[in-house]
Design a protein around this ligand. Sequence first.
Ligand SMILES: NC(=O)c1ccc[n+]([C@@H]2O[C@H](COP(=O)([O-])OP(=O)(O)OC[C@H]3O[C@@H](n4cnc5c(N)ncnc54)[C@H](O)[C@@H]3O)[C@@H](O)[C@H]2O)c1
Length: 344
Amino acid sequence: MHFHLVSGGCGFVGRNMVKRLYQTTQDKIIFVDNLSVGTHPSTWLDTEVVRKDGDLEVFGPDERLLFLHQDFRKFLRDIIDDENYIRKTYAPDFERFSDVFHFAAIVGGRSTIEGDPMKVALDLSIDAEFFYWITRHKPDRTLYPSSSAAYPIDLQTEGDAIALAESDINFKKMGEPDMTYGWSKLTGEFLAKTAAEHYHLSVTCIRPFSGYGEDQDLTYPIPAIANRIANREDPVEVWGTGKQGRDFVHIDDVLDCIFWAMDRVTDGSAINIGRGELLSFIDIIKTMCAIEGYDPEIEQLLDKPVGVFSRYSNMDKVHEMGWRAKISVREGMRRVLEAQKGKV
Ligand SMILES: NC(=O)c1ccc[n+]([C@@H]2O[C@H](COP(=O)([O-])OP(=O)(O)OC[C@H]3O[C@@H](n4cnc5c(N)ncnc54)[C@H](O)[C@@H]3O)[C@@H](O)[C@H]2O)c1
């Protein structure tokens, strides 16, 4: 019996990962979340809680899903202080973690990234304690999600935007990343490389571009736009001019790429996860409206934060290595629209 760990396991990426691990393995999954943003597993797991003990809730008839409602840093400190802590407190059959997926972070979309940068900077503390712990515990494999926000912002302006390639981040010649969010991700990547090189651990970094999915919350643009269109709003609001562009990639593709990458990239270096396609928010609105068959006016909200003008990936390296996103933008938008219509 293997044990896997998912931090931030009730957030958007984390809960999709927990469900995927539960469906595709027979292993036990410990997932930790303080529910500052994440939603309680009873709202998104198909299986029931079978046992509760303090801050532990065990789900599923086979008791393979162990949810801990607590700050991930507290969990790390407990298991660093006492290497038998998990066995004594939560799971008598626990020995060590096989795969570790670290999704606990303060993200919060554009309004938090620009509106409360020092709150986002707390990610530095979560990541530092996380990387210290893996060098003690030595899990078989570690996944660290960096972000496209780590790329230099001067490569993402209206005049100078390029498809961002992995080599555009160079620790010997640094550019300025996107606010404290991008800075914490750069630091995380540096720690990941150090963990791999200095402590001989298998660490994989990913730089997802704009991940989206049916169960993402409405602080993110794709579900927010889908919600407006599912409600047949006219005009449909867009933040900024709507001409700013991103590289949208469906969460199922992100998870597929993570598992593919963990078998191949083990030295702490990072790969892009995107479609390599730049779409503006107006393109997204038009795609969804075409699916729905209506043609509303678009109203620009020029006082809203919009971030860089253009952020999209150069996927050449990953394509050459053999992975490619499968879910088209139209299919992904259709799925999100259907989910939002279910809520209307
Ligand atoms: N979603 C994307 O497209 C995307 C793109 C690039 C990078 N990432 C990275 O992937 C990771 C997960 O992103 P997400 O979209 O799922 O974000 P999210 O906000 O939905 O999930 C983060 C989770 O961490 C939890 N959390 C925060 N601080 C915690 C703490 N101290 N202890 C325990 N839990 C804590 C929150 O409650 C939340 O459930 C983040 O590191 C993010 O930077 C995501």
